[in-house]
Design a protein around this ligand. Structure first.
Ligand SMILES: *[C@@H]1O[C@H](CO)[C@@H](O)[C@H](O)[C@H]1NC(C)=O
Ligand SMILES: *[C@@H]1O[C@H](CO)[C@@H](O)[C@H](O)[C@H]1NC(C)=O
Length: 263
């Protein structure tokens, strides 16, 4: 990097861009892009998809400015960047890191889903969930209810099927799963979420002669708890004995004997 560029980077560090909401935007919605600046700016500009021409500008900005995109269309599902012109020190920043606006388009069919196993499985079973859409899917996402972002993603095979494995499941894998996919084509379009499958992971019965596992831990925890209780009882008994002894000594020193007040 040329020395001048390094100086500009130090004096006018790049801004950062964030999306609100960052998930679950559909065609027709409004989203807000926030450009966060480290200093006062003469202007802030918003850029779409690495295009050198900006699409929006705000003047005289301190700290942060918002750009609102109303009535999102398919072609707005691209990446965005912002940059600013600093006032003091003067200089134009680099563009921020790009953020991707993923847009759900309900005109695409949701993917199908199937679970390899029964809905109730024992701990440490390997479970697979398959999702497919032959026509449009370029990446398939596996979502779990309660998580805002997909938990896995995969490129489908030639038949349009992705196979997600949940390895050696534990109780934490219980829940409701669904898929969506990224649509083939220009933009960052997503299909709607498909039907759900639910998984319930049940604890294994402990085989006899096994090295214990969770049940032995439970015994250890109970014993640990008992040991702690015994220590507390001993400490309490000793303190009471000491207090009692001190009270007796005070009474002996002051025959008037109002020593019980402080207890
Ligand atoms: C589950 O998969 C892992 C590797 O993916 C394998 O090592 C393990 O043996 C499998 N467990 C069962 C019960 O099939
Ligand atoms: C999952 O789908 C079934 C029907 O396919 C539906 O009855 C159930 O309410 C759904 N569960 C959730 C959590 O959405």
């Amino acid at each position: 990097m040329a020395p001048m560029a390094v100086v500009a980077l130090i004096l006018v560090p790049p801004p950062s861009l964030s999306l609100h909401p960052s998930q679950g935007v559909s065609v027709g919605d409004t989203v807000t892009l926030r450009c966060h600046l480290p200093r006062l700016a003469a202007w802030v500009r918003l850029y779409r998809n690495e295009n050198p021409n900006y699409i929006k500008q705000k003047d005289k900005v301190q700290d942060m400015t918002e750009f609102s995109l109303n009535g999102i269309k398919k072609e707005h599902a691209v990446s965005y960047q912002c940059r600013y012109k600093g006032l003091k020190p003067a200089g134009t920043s680099q563009k921020s890191d790009p953020v991707e606006l993923l847009v759900t388009d309900h005109s695409y069919p949701p993917p199908s889903i199937s679970l390899s196993s029964e809905e109730r499985v024992e701990m440490r079973t390997n479970v697979t969930i398959q999702c497919w859409n032959e026509m449009y899917a370029v990446t398939i996402f596996l979502h779990k209810d309660g998580h805002s972002a997909p938990i896995q993603h995969q490129e489908p095979n030639a038949g349009g099927t992705a196979t997600f494995t949940l390895c050696e499941v534990s109780a934490a894998d219980s829940g409701t799963y669904r898929c969506s996919y990224r649509v083939r084509g220009c933009c960052l379009l997503l299909s709607p979420l498909g039907n759900n499958v639910t998984l319930e992971v049940i604890p294994n019965p402990t085989p006899p002669g096994d090295d214990g596992g969770p049940s032995r831990n439970l015994v250890a925890a109970v014993m640990g708890g008992c040991a702690a209780a015994i220590v507390i009882v001993i400490v309490l008994t000793v303190s009471l004995l000491l207090i009692d002894q001190r009270r007796r000594m005070q009474r002996d020193e002051r025959p008037g004997g109002e020593g019980a007040n402080w207890l």
